[in-house]
Design a protein around this ligand. Structure first.
Ligand code: NAD
Ligand code: LMR
Length: 337
């Protein structure tokens, strides 16, 4: 289950443009709180050669607006009213980013979104399986711990499943963890975050950050802040939704990692994927270290041997909740017509 620290090299991060590539990227839910700034950041990325935007409403305006940004990519926006709009958005896509669905209000858990978002993700995944079965899917819609199993089951049912290509985007947890220790370290560093994307299933591995020394109190407080960082934003937005801008940044960063890997760079990331790491515990999905290449997942790396006892305990404690969410997602598709 664990790899030596030497096996793990952290990837350099930037919107590097050293290797040209052709990448059509589609955003489903493009007119929403995440969708709009995410579309902006993707339009600004010179690696993106075509941007397809889809939402049930308001997409043409978003497409016209970001379409004036002077990178050499074309932008098209479709709504549910456009004949074949979703098909046109998806055809030829290398990446499909899905932030479609409702966000939390104060007092809600991510799982409370299941009843609305499960059907949205199922139907959009079905369209992806039909129109771009080889695309990489980046699922942002919550609850990620269930929506990734949902998309997986849809692809299996359609006979086009490739576990290397379906990702739950947990990058916001990494971005938060990095920011929350930034001032202590004095520079921006990567913090691996593993597990899942909800409360105690979010596990920052501060033990893996070179030069970081924390007291037990600091470690506990920082871990809790990363696990419940989403609640901080939900509370501050006071009924108007959850994280959108930081999520757009994190999602654009993960999309860039996949495009850089497609262009031949060695990229290490962390994402919620199908893995055998916890097969013995009956768990199929876990966010862990993943090397990327042009096909998506090149190699899944186990958790480092050197993680602390405290972090090992957090992993152990996350497994029952992860299993519950995973089963709920798979059962939802099994019981859908
Ligand atoms: P939002 O309500 O602002 O936007 C959602 C958009 O989805 C809307 O424009 C809506 O019209 C669209 N939509 C709904 N059904 C659709 C469908 N069938 N097809 C296409 N588009 C559809 O919400 P938001 O703040 O952008 O959040 C979106 C989702 O992302 C939520 O579920 C939220 O919990 C999740 N989220 C995840 C993370 C993460 O770290 N993975 C972070 C933040 C938010
Ligand atoms: C987050 O972590 O900000 C998102 O999952 C949104 C939420 O509901 O907290």
């Amino acid at each position: 289950m664990f790899a030596s620290r030497n096996a793990i090299k952290l990837a350099a991060r930037s919107f590097s443009t050293s290797v040209p590539s052709q990448s059509k990227v589609a955003v489903l839910g493009a007119a929403g709180g995440i969708g709009q700034p995410l579309s902006l950041l993707l339009k600004a990325n010179p690696r993106v050669t075509e941007l397809g935007l889809y939402d049930i409403v308001n997409t043409p305006g978003v497409a016209a607006d970001v379409g004036h940004i002077n990178t050499l990519s074309n932008v098209a926006g479709y709504t549910a009213k456009d004949v074949d709009g979703l098909k046109k958005t998806l055809e030829g896509a290398e990446l499909v980013v899905i932030p479609a669905g409702v966000p939390r209000k104060p007092g809600m858990t991510r799982d409370d979104l299941f009843n609305t978002n499960a059907g949205i993700v199922r139907d959009l995944a079905q369209a992806c399986a039909e129109h771009c079965p080889n695309a990489k899917l980046l699922i942002i819609s919550n609850p990620v711990n269930s929506t990734v199993p949902i998309a997986t089951e849809v692809f299996k049912k359609a006979g086009v499943y490739d576990p290397k290509k379906i990702f739950g985007v947990t990058s916001l947890d990494l971005v938060r963890a990095s920011r929350f220790i930034g001032d202590k370290v004095g520079k921006v560093v990567d913090v691996p975050v593993v597990g899942g994307h909800a409360g105690v299933t979010i596990i920052p591995l501060f033990s893996q950050v070179e030069g970081l020394s924390l007291t037990q109190e600091e470690r506990d407080a920082l871990t809790h802040r990363v696990q419940f960082g989403g609640d901080e934003v939900v509370k501050a937005k006071d009924g108007l939704g959850s994280a959108t801008l930081s999520m757009a940044y994190a999602g654009a960063r993960f999309a860039d990692s996949l495009m850089r890997a497609s262009a031949g760079e060695d990229v290490l990331e962390w994402a919620f994927i199908r893995t055998d790491l916890f097969k013995n515990e009956g768990l199929e999905f876990f966010s862990t270290y993943v090397k990327l290449d042009k096909n998506g997942v090149k190699e899944i790396l186990p958790l480092p041997e050197s993680i602390s006892e405290y972090e090992k305990e957090l992993v152990k404690n996350a497994i029952p909740e992860l299993k519950k969410s995973e089963t709920k997602g798979s059962n939802f598709v099994a019981s859908s017509n």
